[in-house]
Design a protein around this ligand. Structure first.
Ligand code: DCP
Ligand code: CA
Length: 408
């Protein structure tokens, strides 16, 4: 199904709010971020100030050298938050499918809403007008068949713009634009890709994905798909988590591999069950480990695709755990005090998993979820967690671990 996604983003947000409070700031270069002599960085530069090369993140001292006549103001967060709340409130009146990204931007899934509102450029215009009249700041709106193209479109039409990229035009729209405009290409990736001769998004789109994988690892696949305008990430609903984790402290510090692995498996199963209950997938697994002396480590592993199966997550965290235990065996041989499993890089599961190699695992997991929903979590157990039956008390169909996880 072809989707319609809006990306709505306020223009020079902090400066725009400051201008509603002090009209003498209109039309002149303005920098929010502190006194020019201060050691901070630019949080927001007005478009007039950007002409002098100023941008967010630049040290204030450098900004002052480039543009000494700008007005420098420290900023008032309480006002920005108040405007942000009202901004997101206005957008939320038009669709329940909204995902806010920070204070001043949001994705809206407007698929099928023509039947309600007529042509969608019209309703985007209404949103823009309400933001201008009620909040006295301006918004830019990109409309496209995916999040990634909608985001590039809203950036491309700033300030106070509205740009729709028609279905089928995505790759042609992106091709001439500089790689930096593609979401996911930031301060580190841009110079890396430039070093390999990539200047425009079209340069990336013409490259076989395997080459980008060699430069960027598994992230290369995402970049390659984005460069074609391909992105099936759904707009997450309010209440969907950004990460899920389960952590527990052992009753006694331990080096028993069966207990450690069984617990790891159990925590991973609970994490994945929650992930699937939101119809979401993960891009990375996280291992948390605390030694007897309270030293704590966190290890991350990125998956080549999006996963939600117990197997995939367990394989990743088990490998990370084995490596840590191996290293420790040759050093201090400390016992393990706490372990935890997490998943990150969550996205809505759009049914594409069926196309990937992991699909049988994912289907099995869904069936197990259904049985557990009916008979309790321990109604289905793997060999690895059977060991916990003696070690850990069970209550109402779940193992009772010593500490509850932070995400519960
Ligand atoms: N911000 C910040 N520090 C940064 C980047 C941003 O404090 N390094 C704050 C100030 C911005 C707000 O977040 O006003 C929104 O960030 P955007 O990246 O959306 O930038 P602007 O809204 O300022 O400008 P644009 O018109 O390009 O969206
Ligand atoms: Ca903005």
């Amino acid at each position: 199904m072809v989707r319609t996604v809006f990306h709505v983003d306020l223009d020079a947000f902090f400066v725009a709010v400051e201008r509603t409070l002090d009209p003498s700031l209109n039309g002149v270069p303005v920098v929010v971020g502190g006194e020019p002599g201060g050691r901070g960085v630019v949080a927001c530069a007005s478009y007039e100030a950007r002409k002098y090369g100023l941008h967010a993140g630049m040290p204030l001292a450098q900004a002052y050298r480039l543009c000494p006549h700008a007005r420098y103001i420290p900023g008032r967060f309480d006002h920005y938050i108040a405007v942000s709340t009202r901004f997101l409130g206005i957008l939320g009146e038009y669709t329940p499918f909204m995902q806010s990204m920070g204070l001043d931007e949001a994705y809206l899934d407007m698929t099928g809403f023509e039947s309600l509102y007529g042509p969608l450029e019209g309703i985007a215009g209404v949103m823009k007008r309400r933001v201008r009249e009620e909040l006295r700041v301006t918004a830019s709106v990109g409309i496209a068949t995916s999040r990634v193209v909608a985001k590039v479109a809203s950036d491309a039409c700033k300030p106070d713009g509205l740009l729709r990229v028609a279905q089928g035009e995505e790759a042609a729209f992106l091709a001439p634009r500089p790689i930096r405009e593609l979401p996911g290409i930031g301060e580190k990736t841009e110079p890396l890709l430039k070093g390999h001769g990539y200047t425009t998004i079209g340069d990336l789109a013409r490259t076989p994905p395997i080459i980008l994988r060699r430069i960027l690892g598994s992230w290369g696949d995402v970049v390659w798909r984005s460069s074609q305008g391909l992105d099936d990430t759904a707009v997450a609903a309010a209440g969907d988590p950004k990460s899920v984790s389960r952590v527990t402290t052992f009753r006694e510090d331990t080096l028993d591999p069966a207990l450690i692995r069984g617990t790891l498996r159990y925590l991973g199963e609970r994490v994945c069950a929650e992930l699937r209950s939101h119809d979401m997938t993960a891009r990375a697994a996280v291992l948390h480990l605390r030694w007897h002396d309270f030293t704590t480590i966190t290890r991350h592993r990125t998956f080549p695709g999006e996963v939600s199966s117990d197997e995939a997550v367990y394989r990743a965290v088990e490998e990370m755990l084995s490596r840590e235990l191996q290293v420790e065996a040759q050093r201090k041989r400390r016992k393990v005090r706490l372990i935890g499993v997490g998943v990150e890089g969550l996205a809505k599961d759009n049914g594409q998993l069926a196309l990937l190699g992991d699909a049988p695992d994912e289907r099995l997991a869904k069936a197990v979820d259904a049985i557990r929903g009916k008979y309790g979590f321990v109604a289905v157990q793997k060999g690895l967690t059977l060991h916990l039956n003696e070690a850990v008390p069970e209550e109402r169909g779940k193992f009772v671990l010593r500490t509850r996880s932070p995400s519960r």
